[in-house]
Design a protein around this ligand. Structure first.
Ligand SMILES: Nc1ncnc2c1ncn2[C@@H]1O[C@H](COP(=O)(O)OP(=O)(O)OP(=O)(O)O)[C@@H](O)[C@H]1O
Ligand SMILES: [Mg+2]
Length: 401
């Protein structure tokens, strides 16, 4: 069953336009976004709408572990082609495609890539001439290379109207779609970034999935921490339910253990100097390279390089910020209190802005409510892995219906 979609009106409207256009010409939509943002949810809605509108839909959802298997996705896509569709192909093309799809014995002959590509083009053309056609691939980043090149070839040479609906995690290689962008008429491939859900959509998501929601301020905090990401927001909401109470204002929301663990593993791969620098960035929220340079004994650009390459921070301009608020939260949750105080002290030293300086000095002062006094062992870089001080909890959030 296709799950109900909350919000996303403009993306749904774009998919309606795609189906309209795909009856007359090649037209495509590529949905990109971070993991859990809702790409597959939209993609499934597009597939369902196409089926309802009478399209023939060839669909595939490649998985990471299949990315190395030749023609794994092509086989999945063509699975829905009517039985006998291959029958109309010229003999050598048909045999090559059947071998690629593991429907015929190769008898010691490697399948000929060109014949497979031509066969795929002929097959798709025949299908597109019968009724409107939608090719739908979720998670393009895991398309096996053999399918990617055959599909790109076939779609370029189809010579008939069709639609392409694909999703891709942001930051992934864009091989297939780049090929199409070059060969398709300008404007026929639309890229849509799937961004944060609105507060209203998150509220309804919680009500529908969990049977409750939160007060406005808590919703705002969950949205901030999750970056409006449906998957993360649901995880955080479940964790709040498990905890049974809300942290006091100003204290971090708890990260779900599984999510926290995932993020921690990612951070632990980084060199110690990088992690120390990340504590400063997390304590600052957003900061400048100049502030970091003044606050640190090491060159921040060099220290942050492994984190930039791992997609954890964006340090391309003068500013340095985390790529996702959850990563900053994981760094803060993992830092010892003495490390945090030291980070704020250094940020105060490095800040030229008097307001920022005062704020960091306040946060560096011993005795702040959520901090424990530093133990003698918890100096810079050698602090305990996790804070043991927990703020007094307030009561369970008001549950909206
Ligand atoms: N607009 C929405 N309405 C209702 N539920 C949503 C919406 N967007 C996302 N969700 C829910 O959030 C979760 C993650 O969404 P989804 O699987 O679509 O993300 P994704 O972007 O495809 O992630 P990945 O890159 O990991 O495949 C799912 O449980 C999904 O049902
Ligand atoms: Mg997905």
């Amino acid at each position: 069953m296709v799950p109900a979609i909350l919000g996303r009106e403009s993306e749904l409207a774009a998919m309606d336009r795609l189906l309209e256009a795909a009856r007359r010409r090649p037209a495509g939509i590529l949905l990109t976004g971070e993991p859990g943002m809702g790409k597959t949810t939209l993609w499934s809605a597009g597939v369902a709408a196409a089926q309802e509108a009478g399209f023939g839909v060839l669909r595939a959802q490649p998985a990471a572990e299949e990315a190395g298997w030749g023609f794994a996705t092509l086989a999945e896509l063509l699975d829905a082609a009517p039985a006998g569709a291959l029958g109309g192909l010229p003999g050598p093309q048909r045999l090559a495609l059947e071998i690629a799809l593991l429907r015929a014995d190769p008898a010691g002959v490697a399948p000929d890539q060109r014949a497979i590509a031509l066969a795929t083009a002929s097959l798709l053309r025949a299908l597109a001439q019968e009724r409107p056609l939608l090719v739908a691939v979720d998670d393009l980043q895991w398309l096996d290379p053999a399918t990617a090149s055959v599909l790109a070839f076939a779609l370029r040479r189809l010579g008939a109207p069709f639609g392409l609906l694909a999703t891709q995690r942001s930051g992934a290689q864009q091989a297939l779609t780049l090929g199409l962008e070059k060969s398709w008429p300008e404007g026929s491939l639309e890229r849509l970034t799937v961004g944060p859900l609105t507060l209203g959509a998150l509220h309804r998501l919680f009500v529908e999935r969990l049977g409750f929601s939160f007060q406005h301020l808590t919703l705002v905090r969950i949205r901030e921490l999750s970056g409006g990401n449906a998957f993360y927001a649901l995880e955080i909401a479940r964790e709040l339910r498990r905890a049974g109470s809300l942290p006091a204002t100003g204290d971090p929301l708890p990260l779900p253990e599984t999510l926290g663990e995932l993020l921690r593993v990612r951070l632990e791969r980084l060199p110690a100097a990088t992690r120390q620098t990340l504590i400063l960035v997390a304590a600052a929220g957003v900061t400048t390279k100049a502030t970091l340079a003044a606050a640190l004994a090491v060159d921040p650009v060099v220290a942050l390089d492994p984190a930039s390459r791992a997609g954890i921070v964006d340090a391309t301009g003068g500013l340095v910020r985390f790529r996702h608020p959850l990563l900053a939260s994981a760094v803060l949750a993992d830092a010892g209190e003495a490390e945090l105080r030291e980070a704020h002290r250094r940020l105060a030293d490095g800040s030229t802005n008097p307001e920022a300086r005062a704020r960091h000095l306040g946060l560096a002062a011993p005795g702040r409510r959520w901090m424990q006094p530093a133990s003698p062992r918890t100096g810079w870089g050698s602090g305990p892995r996790r804070s043991s001080a927990r703020a007094p909890c307030r009561t369970w959030p008001t549950i909206r219906s």
